[in-house]
Design a protein around this ligand. Structure first.
Ligand SMILES: Cc1ncc(COP(=O)(O)O)c(C=O)c1O
Length: 365
């Protein structure tokens, strides 16, 4: 009999929801180029405009909406040399931000790396020394951390905005369905960015809310779509999948079931004295470290048991590198000995099977 597999890697990607495929099938016949002037093209554009209105209502936000291929593209847009004189970010930010900072350094452009914002003292002072008036400075605020599930309070944004002249980009990629009230966006943010594949839409599509007073220069030039802010034929299916996914999810249930399963998993982890887990307020993420086994060795145990789990630090091409987030939090050794379980809707009806498998693996390691 084939081994039953369970997917516990939702922070890496949320498999496309079946409801999304069904809803996309209904647009067969209007899937023209949304820039075309014939009626099919106009119907396609109308569908995109309806999705834009839906997103604004869903997130209670009246900012402009820009569609793109996902957060990586838009981080590159906002922090490009033409839009950003100074980049301020945290060591706990996604690897895309680190790579952008590296690229900026190669061009001799300013970037300031802060540590773990919740524990590093005086980072606002450090930021103030760096942040010069007359410069366009962007602060990257990662709302929920992809590796640990830590959620930053968005009062920090108020502090940054009241004490510095930074603009704030909120990386909201991980929050959908994993924190309470994720639909209430940080009120003082200048740009807020999401990736569809983290909540069940198609991969390769994302969107950002942009305060209309912010005038960004495009990263991608071409046919002038989206008011020339992001050229290229619009990804009709991808964009419509955003609405389809958000409408199909029961976020209340996801939050309650996630918290319940997370609590039980944490109890199992606590039974093994070689393991330490990191507290976090997301409902779905459990990150733990082993006192001696490295992530690779642990992954093998989970994989053989039929559990698809992540390490959190291996977003790119499967390579395992020490977790910058855990290092910033002071876990120098734990940074190579961590496992991340990230829960999602397909887990709710298999909670007991998952717990049985997990208990067996956690007993072995
Ligand atoms: C917090 C966070 N920001 C940004 C990204 C990049 O998103 P994408 O791969 O959709 O471009 C990810 C992806 O894992 C993420 O978790």
């Amino acid at each position: 009999m084939a081994l039953m597999r369970y997917y516990l890697d939702y922070n890496s990607t949320h498999p496309v929801l079946p409801e999304v495929y069904s809803k996309l099938a209904t647009i067969n016949g209007i899937d023209a180029n949304s820039s075309s002037q014939h009626s099919r093209g106009k119907s396609a554009l109308k569908k995109i405009n309806q999705t834009t209105e839906f997103l604004k209502n869903f997130f209670h936000c009246d900012f402009d909406v820009i569609y793109h291929s996902g957060a990586t593209e838009f981080l590159n847009t906002v922090f490009s040399p033409q839009n950003c004189d100074q980049l301020i970010y945290s060591q706990c930010d996604h690897s895309a931000v680190h790579k952008i900072a590296e690229f900026r350094r190669s061009l001799a452009l300013d970037s300031l790396k802060l540590g773990h914002l919740s524990s590093q003292k005086d980072w606002l002072k450090e930021l103030n020394k760096f942040n010069q008036s007359g410069f366009k400075s962007w602060f990257n605020f990662q709302w929920m951390n992809n590796e640990t599930g830590e959620v930053l309070s968005y009062e920090l944004i108020d502090k940054i905005k009241s004490q510095t002249n930074c603009l704030v980009h909120v990386d909201a990629v991980q929050v959908v369905g994993k924190i309470k009230n994720f639909q209430n966006l940080p009120p003082n943010a200048d740009i807020i960015t999401f990736s569809g594949h983290k909540f069940g839409a198609l991969k390769g599509v994302g969107f950002s809310f942009i305060n209309p007073s912010i005038k960004l220069k495009p990263l991608i030039h071409g046919g002038g779509q989206q008011n020339s802010m992001r050229s290229g034929t619009m990804n009709l299916h991808g964009i419509l999948s955003l609405q389809a996914a958000l409408e199909s999810r029961d976020f209340n249930q996801d939050f309650i079931e996630g918290e319940k399963l997370k609590r039980e998993i944490c109890q199992l982890i606590q039974k093994n004295s070689k393991l330490e887990f990191i507290q976090s307020s997301s409902s779905n993420t459990i990150c733990f470290m082993h006192e001696s086994l490295n992530s690779d060795a642990m992954l093998t145990h989970f994989d053989l048991a039929g559990l698809d789990v992540g390490t959190g630090s291996a977003c790119t091409s499967g390579s395992l590198s020490p977790s910058q987030t855990l290092e910033a939090m002071g876990y120098q050794n734990g940074a190579k000995r961590n496992i991340r379980l990230s829960l999602g809707p397909s887990n709710w009806e298999h909670q007991s099977e998952i717990l049985i498998k997990l208990e067996k693996v956690l007993d072995k390691i």
